[in-house]
Structures are given as structure tokens and as C-alpha cells.
Design a protein around this ligand. Structure first.
Ligand code: S3P
Length: 440
């Protein structure tokens, strides 16, 4: 495809979702498997790795730092770990594309490595706030240069040794927590982080899986620097954030029934299930099991009329990536849905409050953005043209709205769906949603 050309989606109106589907591997866990596998002693074998652009950006970054990584081949990756001090300075800047997780976690991981590294990204990533990692890492003794507005490119300058920190996180962010834990691995003494609300705990779980002691009590997590990681095997479940589009689609399209297979249902990620159930969704967790330290289930969903609700604020961090799709569920529900306490949505791959409100309004739905959320009146979704602003989750959410729309929905700029969900259009087609890809 010519780089000037843009990929748009056009959905055929109506349809229902049926069948069994295993969506691609969990993005958060895929990133962390490359990071810890690279720093471990020995050979780490991964299966279920997400072959999306974001996790591949992390994989390529470690290759640039001298780590031998085989694959991915059908989700299998083999990492020849170099140990805690084995990374080499890359010759060029590490280009992390659209991936906020790569940039924030790598900033922490590299802050104490003693290597000069520059981290860059695309225009969306270059506009995202990095001060949230720069400030606490600087307190630990790191030196990280950025633009005047604390955005990328980030230049990590080799520091003297990092010191552990006892840090109260100002916002609920797993990326900041993880960046500090990864910096803490090579810091002197103890690093402790207290979060205002629980966020995804994949870093803590995976560190333990690599044999590294991590102490968690309530919302506080601590580790001591100077230990080692021992290579292991990692089986990555399907990403609940990608499964969400089909969960919502099946809830809102009459006559739907799907089973989403082998989905990670970690309690720090399952807010979408709780919220949809509060709205009246028919969702069952089948065959619950634990795989490699992460809870997994097959999720059965059947269409059911949804009801608008006040979304409980404590569920926000547990469903932080699922709100674009949940807004579509709210637009299809009876009555009003209100969301508060979700200002973090404004600093994701796009301003997800503004962009979703604008798109829903274009489709004839009353959606009123507020500084920290949105109020949506359920109604009839019309066909029309919406902008995704290059945000993968916005694009996939509006695609699902097509199931309830009175006419075709054209969605602009959908190339970045490949960051988290390669194969989305064919997975949707197999389940019953027809999406035409139009290059412009
Ligand atoms: C992620 C944490 C969340 C989430 C992102 C992935 C992670 O970001 O939105 O998609 O893997 O740690 P924040 O920490 O900024 O909330």
C-alpha cells in the first residue's frame, strides 16, 4: 500500500455474531514476556505471543540491543536471555511506533542499565504524557531528556546507580507502576509503589514466574534490586481487550451467540465483564483455569437487551481500554449510561472521550462528553462517516456499531488495528460482521 493512502473500513449494516473465536494474544503480557525473557538467565519459550505491531516494536527493540530472539512463528517466540547486565547500547534510536506500553516500560527498564538510548514513536506516541515516568525515575537518579513538554523523543543518559524509591502513584497506571518496578530491579535497596486503585498486575505476576520475589499488600507492591531472573515458559492467553469487541458486538446484535476461547480474565482486567453484566448482558465464564499464573476462561456471550447504567468508578481502571467499545454498548442500550472518573481516557492513543463522543454524535446518538467521562442516551444508530484518528480501539468499536446501524458506517484511518489485533477484519467476517476495506 502506498504510504500516502489510508485504509478505511466500511461496515455492512446489521448481522449477528456466531461461533467460536480465539482472538490474538494479550498485548500487555506479550510486551512483558519479551522484556523479562531478555533480561533473564537462560532460554525463555513463549507461546500465544501477539504478532501485532506494538508487541513487535518491543521485540525489535530488544533485538537492536543485542538479544537473540527467534520467531514469532504462529505465536511462538524463543528468547536467549542475556541476564540483567547483558543488554548492549543500540546503534540507532528505538522506534516504538504507536506503543505507549513499550515506551513507558522501556524507559523504566533502561533507566538504570547504563546505556545511552533514544526512544521515539509515531505522532500519536510523541504527543503522549511521559512526565509520569520521567519524574519518579529522576527521583531514583535517572537522567531522561525529553521535549520541553515532557514528551518523546526520550533520551536516556547513563546514570550513576539508581536508588530505590517509595512512590505514591498520582494516577492509576499500570504502565507507570511497571516502569518503576523494572527500574527497581537494578536499583539499590527497595522500590515500593502505592497505587490509588488496583491496576493490571501482569508485571508482578510475571516477575514471580521468573523467580523474582515481589511483595504485594493491598495497593502496595515492593521489590528489592539486585536479584536475577530465571528463564521460564510462558503461555499467553487471548487478550480480553480484543475479545471485548466481540463481547459487545454479540450483546447488541440480536440472535448472536459466541464463545471467545482461552481469554485472560485476570481480576485486574475483567471490568468489562462486570460492566456488561450490570447492563444486563448474558455472559458466562466456562472452563475456568489457571495458565502460567494467569486466570483464563472461555467466555460465552448471548445477545440480550442492555440497560443504561451509572458505571461504578472503581471499575474504571479494570476496564480502562474497553471504554470505546462500552460506549457503543451504551449507545445500543435502553436509557442513559453515565461514566465518571475516567479522565485517563483523554491521554490514550487518542482522546477517547472526545473522539467517541464525536463519532457517536455523527451516528445520531446523544453523547455528551464531560472532563472525566461521558453521558450517553441509548438510541437508534444511523449509518454515517466517523473518524478513528488512527486509534485501533476506536476503529474496532465503531465497526461493531455497524451490527446495530441503520446504514453503512465508514470509519477512517484503520491501519493501526494491526497494532493490537492483526486479522480483525477476517475474524469479524467469520463471526458474521462484514467489513469492507477501502483504501483512499
Ligand atoms: C497497559 C496499561 C494501561 C493500558 C494500556 C496497557 C499496560 O495504560 O491502557 O493499553 O500494559 O501496562 P495506563 O497504565 O496508562 O493506564
Amino acid at each position: 500500500m502506498n504510504l500516502q493512502q489510508k485504509l478505511n473500513y466500511r461496515t455492512q449494516p446489521g448481522g449477528k455474531l456466531r461461533g467460536n473465536l480465539r482472538v490474538p494474544g494479550d498485548k500487555s503480557i506479550s510486551h512483558r514476556s519479551i522484556m523479562l525473557g531478555s533480561l533473564a538467565d537462560g532460554i525463555t519459550q513463549i507461546k500465544g505471543f501477539l504478532e501485532g505491531e506494538d508487541s513487535l516494536a518491543t521485540l525489535n527493540a530488544f533485538r537492536q540491543m543485542g538479544v537473540t530472539i527467534e520467531g514469532p512463528t504462529h505465536g511462538k517466540v524463543t528468547i536467549h536471555g542475556v541476564g540483567m547486565q547483558g543488554l548492549q547500547a543500540p546503534e540507532d534510536a528505538l522506534d516504538l511506533g504507536n506503543s505507549g506500553t513499550s515506551m513507558r516500560l522501556l524507559t523504566g527498564l533502561l533507566a538504570g542499565q547504563g546505556l545511552a538510548v533514544t526512544l521515539t514513536g509515531d505522532s500519536s506516541l510523541s504527543g503522549r504524557p511521559m512526565r509520569r515516568v520521567i519524574d519518579p525515575l529522576s527521583e531514583m537518579g535517572a537522567r531522561i531528556d525529553s521535549t520541553a513538554s515532557f514528551t518523546a523523543p526520550l533520551k536516556i543518559v547513563p546514570p550513576i546507580r539508581l536508588q530505590g524509591i517509595d512512590y505514591q502513584l498520582p494516577m492509576a497506571s499500570a504502565q507507570v507502576k511497571s516502569a518503576l518496578l523494572l527500574a527497581g530491579l537494578c536499583a539499590e535497596g527497595e522500590t515500593c509503589i502505592t497505587e490509588p486503585a488496583p491496576t493490571r498486575d501482569h508485571t508482578e505476576r510475571m516477575l514471580r514466574g521468573f523467580g523474582y520475589p515481589v511483595r504485594s499488600t493491598g495497593n502496595r507492591v515492593c521489590l528489592s534490586g539486585g536479584g536475577r531472573l530465571t528463564a521460564c515458559e510462558i503461555d499467553i492467553p487471548a487478550d480480553i481487550s480484543s475479545a471485548t469487541f466481540f463481547l459487545v458486538g454479540a450483546c447488541i446484535a440480536e440472535g448472536s451467540e459466541m464463545v471467545l476461547q482461552h481469554v485472560g480474565i485476570n481480576p485486574t482486567r475483567d471490568g468489562v465483564i462486570s460492566i456488561l453484566r450490570l447492563m444486563g448482558a448474558d455472559i458466562a465464564l466456562l472452563n475456568q483455569r489457571e495458565i502460567g499464573g494467569e486466570p483464563v476462561a472461555d467466555i460465552r456471550v448471548r445477545s440480550n437487551g442492555l440497560q443504561g447504567i451509572d458505571i461504578p468508578e472503581e471499575l474504571v481502571p479494570l476496564a480502562i481500554d474497553e471504554f470505546p467499545a462500552l460506549f457503543v454498548a451504551a449507545a445500543s442500550a435502553r436509557g442513559e449510561t453515565r461514566l465518571h472518573g475516567a479522565e485517563e481516557l483523554r491521554v490514550k492513543e487518542s482522546d477517547r472521550i472526545q473522539v467517541m463522543a464525536e463519532g457517536l454524535q455523527r451516528l445520531g446518538i446523544q453523547a455528551d462528553p464531560t472532563p472525566d467521562g461521558m453521558v450517553i442516551q441509548g438510541g437508534v444508530i444511523e449509518g454515517g462517516r466517523v473518524e478513528s484518528y488512527g486509534d485501533h480501539r476506536i476503529a474496532m468499536s465503531f465497526a461493531m456499531a455497524g451490527l446495530r446501524a441503520a446504514g453503512p458506517i465508514e470509519i477512517s484511518d484503520c491501519t493501526n488495528v494491526n497494532t493490537s489485533f492483526p486479522g480483525f477484519v477476517s475474524a469479524a467476517a467469520e463471526a458474521g460482521l462484514q467489513i469492507d476495506e477501502v483504501t483512499k
